[in-house]
Design a protein around this ligand. Structure first.
Ligand code: ADP
Ligand code: MG
Ligand code: MG
Length: 929
């Protein structure tokens, strides 16, 4: 019975099923909602959410879905058959709500056509305002508003935008940077303003605008070869097509490549009733953030322009005024706030922003327009922020109970956390010099580098491994790749919400905008500031946190020293995470450094690192003797000489890490690499061994291996030369015993490298045990404990993990070797082929950087399961650089590892990644309930 009805219902809906291509919103209603970003794009979904769910004032309109974009590109740039009728039906709906008619001569409706993809792509896609304004509808608009200046201002904007975004592209013209129809029309308007002696667009009188519009149209026809369409429907469809077409524009593709946004998502198109911020002194338009996106301060923050439309704020044409006193900066502090000029509207906006934050539980970026004291919401989305702000907001929102701890750790990306660990100018060096120019602090941190004046040069310098400071009048979306490559960005124009500022903040790039005193000469490639002329290649230092520019290169500081919020936020991460985080450290200094970053022990202490770097001459010499020894006697002598060095290195490092434990990996040196190549060194060594040079050469040749990576190394050395293992064990245990005597906690973990069979461990453990007994007998230290574990870095050991675990107290996955041997890729030789594998898409990523979860990961999973079956409490970790890669850390969390271990400076990132992995678990479980 039940089944039948279900079947019937399914049939019915299938029969009726026509694809819905358009969703309307406005007047407190909406067919869509905020969860429909895939279909409606971010902008459309949130317009629906604001209108339908939150009942906020949103100008009525409709969204054409992303499916239409996909259709458009799959069908030679055509639309679904029903689309035209759907658009007309929905226009009728808007007409009913606004009581205006599209194309009407008496009471015309104007609309904007706005793009909106799933992920926000700032400045990427084009928006066209004032669609529907024609010679025929202009008189109606003038009669309604009584303001011909306003109407012709709107008209000239439409011609400018439309000819640029729709017509020039449709004509297949690709103007060079700074050329094209837009530039020509801008130039004409500039000339007019000069002639009239006015600085502001709004001061051009109506009669001049009327003439200007006529000239614009003539110019458009001449330059682009076709007339500006003076028909509302033609304008509308032209604009819709331009939005879909722009999805595959060059700069949109470039942005998606950088941000890893799939190219097949498509964009939606929003058609929306125009509201006018440019209807005089009681109108305005603005951009705001529910909190300060530059530093995380929790006050409402934003900028607005009186008597302005659309992108005037973002374009940085006039200096925007601050929303309130919290938003004032160097350039705007003397300007009246919205709070003062329109207190009622400000109050309403403030209420709305609070409501939005409560609803979305996050910081939002808001676009609004005020038409004659009436507030309209045009957009809201989760706001981009830099690392400093992300951390501050996450901490504040937990305190405010707006989000949980788990949500908070997910609010800061590893890259954003990385910003807090990025270089800044050394305050001591900064205190001694005066800035030569100041602008707005759009992206914090410090940067120092050579001046370049265009994106291509920034990229060139970056590729040459040098730091570039990109100096521009203002940035536009074509600069995206150059901004990415530059270490710092400095612009003459633009406010805190300008394109450069938004993009730089998103990437955590040091950026100063609106530095008005810059005098840039693009053709001569010079810039004047502070009374000095700088050439391309001259050095500058930027303080993006303050907006200050310095002459020359100042001393920079390393990793975000002394940031209180960083410490607090990482403490929050520590509360949420399950995985422990250790560091790979080989010296007491490394260990101390690792602790500063929050490491809970050393997961990999490579004994042989005492043979590299400073103070290594003596031990290195002895090691070489050991390597070149021909008999057990000779070797024993060298080994005993090495002992005190080894013990001291181990003791100091354990002490620096106490009370946390240190995993000491037994020697795994590439023998042949240690044979000296300089003749005088060879002679010295031969003399010490008491052998002739001929004999020396013979012994050295005997060490040659065809494939050293798979040769006589790791545990194999210990099996063939037990005295080497014994000496190391003795060094470890004596170091620990002496520390214990001094009340320093020391629980050494001995780690055997390159195991392929459990019997190897049995063999070595017996030696280690004997040395342990001897040390306890000698030192009489009773509380000396230790464990013996193994690295899992040979596939066979992973496969036989059940057997191996029976002999080992812990596993540590050495994913560098494990990756090498699983792929059969020699780590040192991948340069010849791996780039091609990546280019051809045979492999998705370099497996030495991002853990290959499918292949190597399957071996690991098998080893974890089998290992824990043999020994339920088996401690499991990872060492090798994957331990600091956020994706790999998440994998380790899922597989139930005990800890990850990575280089010291990656420890904070690993702590965050571990917390995020755990947080996702918790949130997913909550969702299921
Ligand atoms: P972007 O994706 O670049 O933010 P938008 O579609 O948001 O582009 O449009 C840019 C600006 O144009 C908006 O911030 C708003 O000021 C203005 N705008 C868009 N649609 C309208 C409209 N219907 N009425 C008034 N202004 C609009
Ligand atoms: Mg835009
Ligand atoms: Mg917008």
């Amino acid at each position: 019975m039940v089944k039948q009805t279900v079947k019937k219902a399914a049939k019915k809906s299938a029969a009726k099923k026509t694809v819905k291509y358009i969703y309307s919103f406005g007047a407190g209603k909406a067919e869509g909602n905020g969860s429909m970003k895939e279909l409606l794009g971010g902008k459309g979904a949130n317009l629906a959410e604001m209108s339908g769910t939150l009942k906020l004032p949103v100008p009525p309109g409709f969204t054409i879905t992303t499916e239409v974009c996909t259709y458009y590109w799959n069908n030679k740039r055509t639309y679904p058959k029903t689309l035209q009728a759907d658009v007309e039906t929905n226009l009728k709906k808007i007409e009913r709500e606004t009581k205006k008619q599209f194309g009407s001569e008496k009471n015309p409706l104007l609309v904007s056509v706005r793009s909106g993809a799933r992920a926000s792509m700032p400045g990427m896609m084009e928006t066209i305002l004032n669609i529907g304004l024609t010679e025929k509808t202009i008189p109606g608009m003038i009669a309604k508003t009584g303001d011909p200046r306003f109407v012709y201002d709107a008209y000239r904007r439409l011609i400018m935008m439309y000819s640029d975004v729709v017509m020039e592209k449709a004509a297949g013209i690709e103007p060079k940077d700074g050329e094209g129809i837009r530039k020509i029309l801008d130039g004409m308007m500039g000339d007019l303003k000069k002639k009239l002696g006015v600085s502001d667009d709004t001061h051009i009188p109506a009669e001049e605008l009327i003439k200007l519009c006529a000239q614009f149209k003539a110019t458009v026809k001449k330059v682009l070869g076709s007339a500006f369409p003076d028909d509302p429907m033609q304008q509308l469809w032209g604009a819709i097509g331009a939005v879909f077409a722009s999805w595959n524009g060059k700069r949109a593709i470039a942005y998606r490549n950088i941000e890893n946004i799939p190219h097949d998502w498509g964009t939606a198109v929003n058609v929306q009733t125009m509201v006018f911020g440019n209807m005089g002194e009681t109108s305005a338009t603005g951009v705001a953030f529910t909190r300060n996106p530059g530093n995380g301060d929790s006050h409402f923050y934003g900028e607005y322009l009186i008597n302005a439309q659309g992108e005037d704020v973002v374009a940085g044409i006039r200096t925007p005024s601050p929303m309130n006193r919290w938003s004032a900066n160097e350039h705007s502090k003397h300007l009246p706030t919205l709070e003062k000029t329109m207190p009622k509207v400000y109050k309403e906006l403030d209420k709305i922003q609070q409501k939005l934050e409560k609803h979305f539980h996050d910081m939002l970026d808001i676009e609004f327009t005020i038409e004659d004291q009436k507030l309209w919401m045009l957009q809201c989305r989760v706001g981009k922020r830099n690392g400093t702000a992300a951390v501050q907001m996450a901490l504040d929102m937990v305190k405010e109970k707006l989000i949980t701890q788990e949500q908070a750790v997910l609010r800061v990306t590893p890259a954003q956390l990385g910003e807090l660990l990025l270089p800044a100018i050394d305050p001591k060096a900064e205190a001694q010099v005066k800035p030569i120019a100041t602008g707005l602090p759009a992206g914090p941190g410090g940067a120092c580098g050579k001046i370049v004046f265009n994106s291509a040069d920034a990229i060139k310098l970056h590729e040459a491994g040098k730091n570039a400071i990109l100096v521009r009048e203002e940035t536009n979306p074509e600069d995206i790749e150059g901004m990415r490559a530059a270490s710092g960005i400095l612009t003459q124009r633009g406010g805190m919400t300008s394109h450069a500022a938004l993009v730089a903040r998103g990437w955590g790039k040091c950026c100063i905008v609106g530095c008005g005193e810059l005098e840039i000469n693009l053709s001569a490639k010079t810039v004047k500031m502070g009374g000095k002329t700088f050439k391309e290649g001259d050095e500058l230092t930027l303080n993006g946190t303050k907006g200050w520019v310095y002459n020359g290169a100042l001393k920079m500081l390393e990793a975000g020293e002394g940031n209180k919020n960083l410490v607090k936020f990482l403490a929050l991460c520590d509360k949420v995470r399950v995985l422990k985080v250790r560091a790979n450290a080989d010296t007491p200094e490394d260990a101390a450094n690792a602790r500063k970053f929050g490491a809970e022990g050393i997961g990999l202490f490579r004994i042989e690192h005492m043979f590299y770097g400073k103070n290594s001459d003596k031990p290195l010499f002895i090691l070489r003797k050991m390597i070149l020894s021909a008999s057990e006697d000779e070797r024993k002598k060298a080994v005993n000489e090495l002992f005190p060095f080894m013990k001291a290195a181990i003791k100091d490092t354990i002490k620096a890490m106490a009370p946390y434990s240190v995993t000491v990996r037994l020697m795994d040196p590439p023998l042949h690499e240690f044979v000296p190549t300089l003749p005088e060194k060879q002679q010295e060594l031969a003399k010490a061994l008491g052998i002739s040079m001929a004999e020396f050469k013979e012994r050295a040749a005997g060490l040659h291996e065809v494939n050293p990576m798979m040769g006589h190394r790791g545990i194999r050395l210990g099996v063939t030369y037990p005295e080497i293992t014994r000496m190391q064990a003795r060094a470890i245990f004596e170091a620990a015993a002496e520390l214990l005597k001094n009340k320093v906690k020391a629980v050494p973990e001995v780690m055997i490298p390159l195991t392929c069979d459990a019997q190897e461990i049995v063999n070595q453990k017996a030696l280690i045990r004997e040395e342990y007994d001897a040390v306890v007998a000698k030192t009489k230290v009773k509380n000396l404990n230790f464990s013996v574990g193994t690295m899992i870095e040979i596939p066979r050991a992973a496969v036989l993990a059940y057997e191996v675990a029976q002999e080992a107290d812990f596993f540590s996955f050495g994913t560098n070797d494990l990756t090498q041997m699983t792929f059969g890729f020699s780590r040192d030789d991948i340069g010849a082929f791996l780039p091609e594998y990546l280019k051809q898409g045979i492999l998705e990523a370099d497996p030495f950087q991002t853990l290959d979860q499918r292949g190597v990961g399957m071996l690991i999973e098998h080893a974890v399961v089998e290992g824990r079956e043999a020994k339920p409490n088996l401690k499991i970790g990872i060492c090798g650089e994957h331990g600091g890669d956020p994706e790999s850390v998440e994998f380790c969390h899922r597989e139930g590892f005990t800890y990850v271990s990575c280089s010291a400076f990656r420890v904070p990132i690993a702590r965050l990644a571990a917390a995020q992995a755990a947080a996702k678990d918790v949130l997913a479980k909550k969702k299921h309930k």
